[in-house]
Design a protein around this ligand. Structure first.
Ligand code: KG4
Ligand code: ZN
Length: 335
């Protein structure tokens, strides 16, 4: 089965073709980050308009890359939510219309299921069942994954998502949007021992998270150090390091607990924050001690992309599912 996947839930236009026999045949991404950076965050209306401009050229590019004619496609998968409603509608209506025109089925995919399954695109994928840590700009969740579509929520953030906390900390340190990768870069040069930020909710049982307190901690620490409203470079680096250390350690503690609770021996991390090298290194150490294995996607498939949607859609279609002709997007949609 050969599936064209479309992702337009936020600020990346992603298109890919996944073939259940041959694997990933084509993949293209256009990031709107530079356009939104000027505003310090994603401007929904600008995002929708840019998806309209970029989507069809990317579809053409991917068809050429995959050496595939539209008649050779078996289905179209598009992100149906969660995300920005206008942005979602661009991918959903375009994807649905192309499928109708080509006379093939279409399926709306859950964006977080896309992230969750992205590590399956790697040469050595995990096997069901496993524990998944979904860490993106909008979600922080621990999920028990028994099979495609069989997901049990084990815990989640009660306030900010980990990626959102990274982005807010970045803003306080004077870094551009999106801040996660930049905080990570600063942190690499920082002294990780100078400040100790809390590890929220790790001193009580359970698998829920809370990251909004770390934001306050970052704000207070930086305000205490400002001279004439400015932070010196060393202070910024050390705060970034303390912040990253606290997020990473907190995630690692909860992931360990989730492995112990389920008895599973595989941990999958997915979503934008799973690209964080410190997190990967810390979790590698943890899983070794637990005699478990860690899985993640290549960096470009950790953040939003079309390949994960093509893959997730393909699995759903192989299981006999498809969406009807109505174009329905779900801006808020639990996994
Ligand atoms: O999965 P994603 O592309 O979009 C959502 O579905 O939200 O995740 C984006 C988030 C942003 O908050 C970004 O700052 C964060 O992932 N992120 C990182 C890194 N790369 C992306 N956070 C920490 N370290 C990174 N290397
Ligand atoms: Zn995402």
């Amino acid at each position: 089965m050969r599936v064209l996947g479309i992702e337009t839930s936020c600020d990346e236009t992603g298109v890919a073709i996944y073939d259940s026999e041959a694997g990933l045949l084509g993949d293209a991404l256009y990031s709107q980050v530079a356009m939104h950076a000027e505003y310090g965050g994603v401007v929904p209306e600008l995002a929708s308009r840019d998806h309209v401009r970029k989507l069809l050229p990317l579809v053409k590019e991917v068809l050429a890359q995959a050496d595939t004619r539209p008649e050779e496609l078996d289905a179209v998968a598009y992100t149906a939510g969660p995300g920005l409603i206008g942005a979602l509608m661009v991918g959903a209506s375009t994807g649905r219309a192309m499928a109708l025109g080509w006379g093939i089925p279409a399926i709306g995919v859950h964006h977080m299921e896309g992230h969750l399954l992205a590590p399956m695109l790697e040469p050595q994928p995990p096997a069901f069942p496993f524990v998944a840590l979904l860490v993106s700009g909008g979600h922080t969740q621990l999920v028990q994954v028994d099979a495609i579509g069989e997901y049990t929520l084990l815990g989640e953030s009660l306030d900010d998502a980990a990626g959102e906390a990274f982005d807010k900390a970045a803003k306080m340190l004077g870094l551009d949007y999106p801040g996660g990768p930049q905080v990570a870069r600063l942190a690499e040069l920082g002294d990780r021992k100078r400040f100790r930020f809390p590890r929220p909710m790790t001193d009580r049982p359970g698998l829920d998270f809370s990251f909004s307190g770390l934001k306050t901690f970052t704000l207070n620490t930086s305000n205490d150090l400002r001279v004439d409203a400015e932070l010196c470079d060393k202070d910024r680096r050390d705060i970034a390091a303390a912040f990253e250390e606290a997020v990473v350690e907190t995630l690692a503690i909860k992931c360990r607990r989730a492995l112990q609770q389920t008895g599973f021996k595989q941990l999958v991390i997915a979503g934008g924050v799973s690209a964080n090298q410190r997190l990967r290194d810390r979790l590698e150490v943890m899983v070794k001690k637990e005699r478990a294995q860690l899985f993640y996607a290549r960096p470009q498939f950790c953040t939003d992309n079309g390949a994960m949607i093509a893959y997730a859609g393909c699995q759903r279609l192989l299981a006999g599912q498809q969406s009807d002709l109505s174009i329905q997007c779900v801006p808020r949609w639990p996994l």
